[in-house]
Design a protein around this ligand. Structure first.
Ligand code: ZN
Length: 320
């Protein structure tokens, strides 16, 4: 009996030790990213309702993001613009927040972005125009996580400058995807960066860009985007392996057209972290609600980004 009790105590002790490590696969450091906090920020945006470009609801979302950044002691600015002939007269607004490098002389930027507009649904071609689309995963998840990553990188700055951007107008204005009538915010961001670093090539001033989009699904399965830069994929894989999250990343492949493309077009290395496997049950439907996403998934993607960005900085932002 005593022996049985001892064995039982030992078994409970081992179980207690293993539980936080997801089945004892490998010791994993605790995530510095708080999934619950990121989830609360996503909810703050989703509670506003549908948030397409040019609406008062997207303005409310923008004010919310700006207010939360301010609470974190971060300063952000808004870049407002129109984009004719394809922008339908809409005024778009990118949000930008720059975190200084550990080395004050380092001028080069790493861009970390997410779009924050939601797909407009009252348009021809939508089979269900009356649906309520609140975009918890698309684009709430990445937009909320980006606030938590801003908090993290303010406390743990990189050797390069980090430009956090919330892009407006990622979604295609027509229901069916039309690249000319989408990606307005990211194209504008690239144009502004070209102006800022006039005289040099953009890829020297901005060696890398990381995009987050649809990163909160409770059954997390981030796709490997074949348009993304191969070296960045390898560096992210290194972070994923280090944290033993291999089962949740890069198990499927797809070629994505997303906010990283305008950067790729200028020679900037870019990677898109997006879940785009079997998305028919929820993507651009009324099912993209808060119960589709989880704090755990946000914490996992945030953890990977928090480990991968220092690897990216070490590889592409060496001291000149
Ligand atoms: Zn979308």
């Amino acid at each position: 009996m005593k022996r049985v009790m001892l064995l039982l105590v030992a078994a409970i002790a081992i179980a207690a030790f293993c539980l936080p490590m997801n089945g004892c696969d490998k010791a994993r450091p605790t995530s510095p990213i708080d999934g619950n906090r990121a989830y609360a920020w996503v909810k703050g945006m989703v509670d506003i309702g549908p948030r397409p470009a040019g609406t008062m609801e997207l303005k409310a979302c923008r004010d919310y993001i700006l207010g939360e950044l301010k609470k974190l002691g971060l300063t952000a600015k808004v870049d407002s613009f129109k984009s004719e002939p394809h922008g339908a007269g809409i005024e778009f607004h990118n949000i930008e927040c720059e975190i200084p490098a550990t080395n004050a002389d380092e001028k080069r930027l790493l861009v970390l972005g997410s779009h924050y507009d939601t797909k407009r649904t009252h348009v021809p071609g939508n089979p269900n125009p009356e649906m309520l689309f609140v975009g918890a995963n698309d684009a709430g998840s990445s937009s909320g996580l980006l606030i938590e990553l801003a908090r993290h990188f303010k406390a743990n700055p990189l050797p390069c400058r980090l430009l956090l951007t919330w892009f407006d107008g990622e979604e295609s204005l027509p229901w069916e995807w039309d690249s000319d009538k989408a990606l307005f915010g990211s194209r504008r961001c690239v144009q502004q960066l070209v102006k800022r670093f006039k005289g040099g090539s953009l890829k020297d001033a901005v060696p890398c860009m990381v995009l987050l989009d649809m990163v909160g699904h409770k059954d997390l399965a981030i796709t490997q985007d074949t348009a993304s830069n191969q070296v960045l994929i390898k560096l992210f894989q290194q972070a994923i392996d280090q944290l033993s999250y291999g089962s949740k990343f890069f198990q499927d492949k797809n070629h994505m057209t997303d906010d990283h493309v305008p950067f790729l077009n200028y020679g900037v290395r870019a990677i898109d972290l997006i879940q785009f496997g079997d998305v028919t049950a929820w993507w651009h439907t009324g099912n993209d609600t808060m119960d589709l996403i989880s704090p755990e998934s946000l914490a996992i993607v945030g953890h990977v980004v928090s480990v991968a960005l220092p690897l990216v900085a070490a590889e592409f932002y060496k001291k000149q």
